[in-house]
Design a protein around this ligand. Structure first.
Ligand SMILES: [Zn+2]
Ligand SMILES: [Zn+2]
Length: 128
């Protein structure tokens, strides 16, 4: 049986678990996985990617939540493990229905290895 790149990725993700969690900087959550990967999660980005039924249409899979709907200074207030497969986050905007599976979280990692191409920031600092 030949597995596609994606299937292999999913199988690896199935056994992943967070080992440690810490704030890397203000608004950036770090999760160290049991395979040694040190992942980075800007919390506003995490909130924008919420997989719950209020944020994503269950039937079409279309995202209902627009990135700009999330407050700029959104804060992560609580993290609860769900079984052995997911984390549930409570946000400062009162939202707490998103259950992020470990596989999803791993895909959302914003470290330099997982996301080598960052959104381009304007290079010029000129104001005028
Ligand atoms: Zn949600
Ligand atoms: Zn990463």
């Amino acid at each position: 049986m030949i597995l596609s790149e994606k299937e292999r990725g999913d199988m690896t993700a199935a056994v992943l678990e967070p080992k440690d969690m810490a704030w890397l900087e203000k608004g950036v959550l770090g999760i160290e996985w049991n395979d040694g990967h040190k992942a980075r999660y800007p919390v506003r980005y995490l909130r924008q990617q919420c997989p719950c039924a209020a944020c994503v249409d269950e039937w079409s899979g279309a995202r209902r939540l627009q990135p700009d709907d999330v407050p700029l200074l959104i804060m992560l207030q609580d993290v609860q493990p769900v079984g052995r497969y997911a984390l549930q986050f409570t946000w400062s905007d009162g939202h707490d229905t998103g259950i992020y599976s470990y596989a999803l979280l791993r895909k959302l990692c914003q470290c330099d290895i997982c996301q080598p191409v960052k959104p381009v920031e304007p290079k010029s600092r000129r104001l005028m």
